[in-house]
Design a protein around this ligand. Sequence first.
Ligand SMILES: Cc1cc2nc3c(=O)[nH]c(=O)nc-3n(C[C@H](O)[C@H](O)[C@H](O)COP(=O)(O)O)c2cc1C
Length: 154
Amino acid sequence: MNIGMIIHSETGHTEYVAERLLKELKDKGYNVSYIKLKTEASAPKEPKKIVDNPSLKEFDTIIFCSHVEAFSLAGAMKAYLKGIEDISTKKVICMITQQFPFPWMGGNNALKQMKALIAQKGGSVISTADVNWGNEQKREGKVTDAIEAITAVV
Ligand SMILES: Cc1cc2nc3c(=O)[nH]c(=O)nc-3n(C[C@H](O)[C@H](O)[C@H](O)COP(=O)(O)O)c2cc1C
């Protein structure tokens, strides 16, 4: 089974969780491609532009990883998902990181937007994980829970 991880991370939190997940999946013997979206600055106050559109063709399972921005899914991940091919034959998993203490402060909405964009490409999300970065004491537990939940369903 080929797993593709597609990551958008501005300050490294999502990338940190994704790298931990990558290690866990590799330790379990999965074949995983780790793809970080390349972005560039656009106009001030506009979301970053994506400069590549990695193909998902070779993957059986795709794990989209992004952060939350202004109570929404980060703009670059939105733009990328709008441009992907049909993924109706694939298992899809979404992971987000966010800062604010309550899921209604952006996390829930970002996952809802991710699912809707994926549905437009025929995909159906089998599992989601939300890692709250804001609470330093609880952070490690959130990271571990997300990794366990995802590795259980890939
Ligand atoms: C411009 C901006 C807007 C943000 N908006 C939200 C938000 O609405 N809700 C939230 O929970 N976190 C918000 N955050 C926090 C990030 O989602 C959080 O720090 C995330 O873990 C960053 O991931 P990254 O390091 O992979 O980019 C925002 C961060 C930035 C820089």
